[in-house]
Design a protein around this ligand. Sequence first.
Ligand code: 13P
Ligand code: SF4
Length: 331
Amino acid sequence: MIYKKEVENTGFVSKKIPINIDLKKEIQKLKDEKNAVILAHFYQEDDIQEIADFVGDSLKLAQIAQNNSADIIVLAGVHFMAETAKILSPEKKVLLPDLNAGCSLADSCPYDDFKAFLEQYPNHTVISYVNTTAAIKTLTDIVCTSSNAQQIVESLPPNEKIVFAPDRNLGAYISKQTNREMVIWDGACMVHEEFSLEKLLLLKQQYPEAKVLAHPECIEPILLVSDFIGSTANMLQFSKEDHAQTYIVVTESGILFKMREANPHKLFIPAPPNDSTCACNDCEFMRLITLEKVYNTLKYELPEIIIDEDIMKKAYKPIERMLTISKELGL
Ligand code: 13P
Ligand code: SF4
């Protein structure tokens, strides 16, 4: 079929959409007709978050992917999130509107290099952040997200040796929080490493009453001047419960949509990156998902996430282990 070929070449269905149609309405119609759900990450554009059935952090998206009765899941997020949804719900059709929506952090941990690295550390338990490929998860004992990384590490006996991958900043932060030494893979997210400490300090001077909220993928100097460190969901929760009126938010700017929606009278300021041509830090991969691509994805049921059976089975175990531990802890 012509659209399959197109997807092979470009990663998405680029079929032209009539300009006079109401995309949001049409997406809703297609969802109802096909018993489909749209799961969106907090880093998606506002209009994608508006049409989504669920918006959440990577832990929540995995939990919802495992427990819903839809026939089709459209993952408005990045590739590793869609892969995780497919691994947890292999009987469902999982669609990612643009296969080019990757992740710099997942890319910083190639399979062959990581396999060779692990050979140096036998008898270690391997904890991998969910921001990895399905192949990396086959080399992993327990997956974690930024919402549960600390609890996952703490769930292991104190003398257990741990390899933590792939994010060096999250790894260092969790090692400090838990007071445990870990072997940490040297990977990072391009977006979170780009925040400028210098500009953040200037903003703090400008808004002395503001609290700084940061994602643990940021570099340590940023974390040291932050008032709250947590996953996207935890930052959002904090912004609802806390009594300050102004916040500087050091993570991808998509999260500001939900923060402002939940706290219309508070001021949220995106922290600036080093690059002075832009005022906020956007994840270029997250931004590849558009309403047009969501519409075409639902209409043509492409591009579909297909994973090798053996990889699916092996990658399921560490994800399932994470979900079981999280459930026991009420996360
Ligand atoms: P969360 O787990 O907080 O959703 O973060 C995902 C992510 O990609 C961070 O860059
Ligand atoms: Fe990956 Fe960073 Fe984008 Fe998150 S913000 S999806 S870690 S590249």
